[in-house]
Design a protein around this ligand. Structure first.
Ligand SMILES: [Mg+2]
Length: 234
């Protein structure tokens, strides 16, 4: 974890995939299929079996990488480097043109908090000219706590971020498309914003509900709404 202490009153913790841009289409399907290929070759099993394991580990361990490490002793970095290597991905990772303007208008520190690898997050933001809006990128490699990977939605991750930022609990605002992440963040005392701009556009979200759960403070249908939300929070 590389977060710096900050005197800013508010800390925006903003998810990347399917929150700042739509990854549910070609990006996710490419990453998933590369993960399955890696598992297939590493464990010498068929594609179908490898695909079932990929999903099973993602559900059980939060990330497939952690499942592969815990169950098969597969090193983290080669798995992530292979699965998140997306040739020419700048052609299909496109942010809406207003994202930078909205991020720039939010007062406080801004951190990307993503369960994806750091290289991927940096490249995606850089290619779209958005890295300058963030003070820090908290990615998968920075989520090791007490020798265990504690990615979102782990409560320990939120605690670690709190300790590092030094800001008040309710001055942390998590913006995320995944309800499980918002639930633990709210239990921690954070403010929560459920980003639904890309809701139900990808296969992984089809089971999510459409009403506002009690642990969601704000439900927004576009990142533009963060300006309105910030007005209520500040
Ligand atoms: Mg997401």
């Amino acid at each position: 974890m590389y977060l710096k202490k900050t005197n800013s009153k508010f800390v925006w913790l903003i998810d990347l995939d399917d929150t700042l841009f739509f990854s549910g289409g070609k990006v996710m399907s490419t990453i998933n299929s590369r993960m399955t290929s890696f598992i297939q070759s590493e464990l010498s099993i068929g594609f179908e079996e490898a695909n079932i394991l990929r999903v099973e580990y993602w559900k059980r361990y939060g990330t497939t990488a952690r499942g592969m490490q815990e169950r098969h002793g597969v090193s983290f970095q080669p798995f992530l480097s292979f699965s998140h290597h997306l040739p020419c991905f700048e052609h299909y990772i496109k942010f809406k043109p207003y994202v930078g303007r909205i991020l720039g208008s939010l007062i406080g520190k801004k951190y990307v908090v993503t369960n994806s690898p750091k290289n991927y997050a940096v490249e995606v933001l850089k290619k779209n000219g958005l890295q300058k809006y963030f003070d820090e990128i908290c990615a998968l490699e920075g989520m090791w706590i007490n020798s265990q990977l504690r990615c979102k939605p782990a409560r320990l991750l939120w605690q670690r971020i709190l300790d590092k930022t030094g800001a008040k609990k309710n001055h942390h605002i998590l913006v995320d498309d995944t309800l499980a992440n918002l639930r633990t963040a709210k239990n921690m005392g954070f403010k929560t914003v459920w980003m639904r701009e890309y809701f139900n556009k990808g296969p992984v979200h089809t089971k999510q509900i459409s009403n506002r759960p009690r642990y969601v403070d704000f439900m927004v249908s576009t990142i533009k709404d963060l300006v309105r939300v910030s007005g209520k929070i500040y």
